[in-house]
Design a protein around this ligand. Structure first.
Ligand code: MN
Ligand code: MN
Length: 385
């Protein structure tokens, strides 16, 4: 299902200029009213009221409203923790040193993980949680509920320099991880939870991220399009700011990826990059290169400006670097819901959402962005095998 709202936000200024010959009163009144009708709810509709409207329309059920509200509260708290870290002593490495995936673990990774885990557990609507910072899935409730997967802080290697970071989450359909202490040996329990949590992205019921940057933005899909909510700190609430997001297509000519790895990429991909940034055929304009190194930040720019983001396999990371359950799959659902593509494979033609993870921390390559950009990549890789 695609978003029902229109694809582009109207430009009030543009409309005003087309009516420039009319009286000033008319000039200011008509476009503002039209813009208000078009962008119903922008600046006034809260995330809570939006979620309840989705429930009323039958897109989601009340337990999911509760869980997503809890996740948004966690995002608010983590946003404060991140913002205050330099004055609260929250920067630097955690005592543990590294997480389950072998990444450096920062103090904020640990703090944010606790905030997220407590929020989804307290919602009472989560059966199993999976976190980048936890070795194994955790059984939360024996009475059922959704499966919540999250990266509490994405881009945490940037965090001590106040570079944008974020939290990513994916919610899978209700599962069971029934705790029966008499019948279940701990290993069997873990295996049950693992199996329940190991689902392809097509089974996601909701996905999103919070970006902690000049503003804190929560971008969410419940498979009725993609909606962005900006944290209004005076109200303490997320307010609808980006209704019906569609990845611009054609978008801005931007390519994003870790060029530090380029010599480890397949030759065809190196040729694609070279053509894109330095030597377009027929003198077509070359692309700008933009890379923050936090998936949330780079993805958010791609969602709003278009272009392409890639983390291909390389000789030292044959499955790429990003994790399926709580990074690649949620972003892929957002990309598809916004009219873009999210793919992997030798010619970038396989849908990431159809990959069943081999484990909760399994990785996947990802090519995502404006549909026409991903198709251009596919075409290039097909002809340069
Ligand atoms: Mn991450
Ligand atoms: Mn992380």
């Amino acid at each position: 299902m695609r978003a029902t709202s229109s694809t582009a936000r109207p430009s009030t200024r543009l409309r005003q200029s087309t009516h420039h010959h009319r009286s000033p009163a008319r000039c200011s009144a008509t476009p503002v009213a039209a813009a208000a009708a078009h962008n119903a709810g922008v600046g006034s509709k809260t995330l809570t009221s939006w979620l309840l409207a989705q429930e009323k329309a039958g897109a989601i059920d009340l337990p999911l409203v509760t869980l997503l509200s809890s996740i948004s509260s966690a995002c608010q708290r983590i946003s404060s923790l991140v913002a205050r870290a330099p004055i609260d002593g929250g920067t630097g490495l955690a005592a543990s040193g590294a997480n389950a995936s072998g990444d450096e673990q920062k103090k904020l990774d640990v703090l944010a993980n606790d905030v997220f885990a407590r929020a989804v557990a307290d919602s009472g609507r989560c059966s199993v949680l999976v976190s980048e910072e936890l070795d194994q899935p955790v059984a939360v409730s024996s009475s059922g509920g959704y499966i919540a997967c999250f990266d509490p802080i994405d881009g945490s290697s940037n965090i001590d320099a106040a570079i944008p970071t974020g939290s990513i989450f994916g919610v899978y359909a209700e599962g069971e991880c029934v705790i029966d202490p008499d019948a279940d040996a701990p290993d069997a329990l873990v295996e049950k939870c693992l199996t329940n949590a190991r689902q392809s992205g097509t089974e996601l019921v909701a996905a999103g991220y919070c970006l902690f940057s000049s503003s804190t933005v929560l971008v969410l899909t419940v498979k009725t399009g993609v909606y962005g909510f900006t944290l209004d700190r005076t109200m303490g609430e997320f307010v609808l700011s980006h209704p019906g997001i569609r990845i611009p297509d054609p978008g801005q000519r931007i390519i994003s990826g870790n060029l530090g790895n380029v010599l480890k990429w397949a030759p065809s991909l190196q040729a694609y990059l070279s053509e894109t940034v330095t030597n377009r055929p027929d003198g077509a304009p070359t692309y700008s290169y933009r890379y923050v190194g936090a998936l949330v930040a780079d993805f958010h720019r791609t969602l709003l400006y278009g272009g392409i983001w890639l983390y291909p396999p390389d000789s030292s990371a044959p499955s790429g670097k990003a994790r399926l359950l709580y990074e690649v799959a949620p972003m892929s659902l957002l990309a598809e819901q916004a009219g873009g593509l999210a793919t992997w494979g030798p010619t970038a033609e396989q849908r990431v959402l159809e990959v069943v993870p081999s484990g909760v921390h399994a990785r996947s390559p990802l090519f995502t962005g404006s549909a026409s950009e991903v198709k251009r990549l596919q075409q290039f890789l097909r002809t340069h095998k």
